[in-house]
Write a new protein. Structure first.
Length: 188
């Protein structure tokens, strides 16, 4: 079975509380574009990520709102922002022992946990069954193309809310020369 590969650029997820601090209680998180995972979307809201002496502007807020806020960036972003302590590579949602980053909208800022998201494979329960995969298992997926390579230590995330897709960050996508619609193969 071919595995669709998607590149996930830097973004943030916000809790209702942090969203209201940054944008106000009357604002809504509006859909700009639906993402491949059911119910997930890029919103019309953007923020700045503030590092030691540099910032990254126009960082997209993804929806829907979550229980906990988190920023997901690449290793290159973390070096650029001179984050100290350096963010850990973690599965999205694992916020224990994380680095905090300032997120700013206009003159308001909040500090939220920041991670470098671990590469992961989303799949529904049916897809996981077909591929003989279990939640939290680690797998390898090879990618053909101009810079063929195999990604290892991919966390499998199984939920009926998911649709089959390997999510890589921009650094990983660039390392494999991925552009446009790309597929990989599970390494057995």
């Amino acid at each position: 079975m071919k595995i669709p590969i998607e590149i996930s650029a830097r973004h943030i997820h916000l809790s209702k509380e942090d969203f209201e601090k940054l944008f106000g209680k009357t604002e809504k998180l509006n859909v700009l574009k639906n993402l491949s995972q059911p119910g997930e979307f890029a919103s019309d809201k953007i923020v700045e990520l503030i590092g030691e002496d540099k910032k990254i502007e126009n960082v997209r807020v993804l929806g829907p709102l979550r229980k906990n806020s988190q920023a997901e960036i690449s290793m290159t972003d973390a070096y650029f922002l001179k984050l100290n302590p350096f963010p850990k590579i973690k599965v999205s949602g694992d916020l224990a022992d994380t680095t905090n980053i300032s997120v700013k909208n206009k003159n308001i800022s909040v500090k939220i946990p920041c991670i470098i998201a671990k590469r992961h494979l989303h799949c529904s329960e049916e897809e996981a069954k077909k591929l003989k995969l279990k939640n939290n298992q680690e797998v390898s997926i090879s990618v053909d193309g101009i810079r063929k390579l195999t990604f290892h230590e991919i966390a499998v995330r199984v939920s009926d809310k998911f649709k089959l897709a390997l999510h890589l960050d921009t650094d990983e996508g660039n390392a494999a020369g991925i552009s446009g619609k790309t597929f990989g193969e599970l390494v057995k």
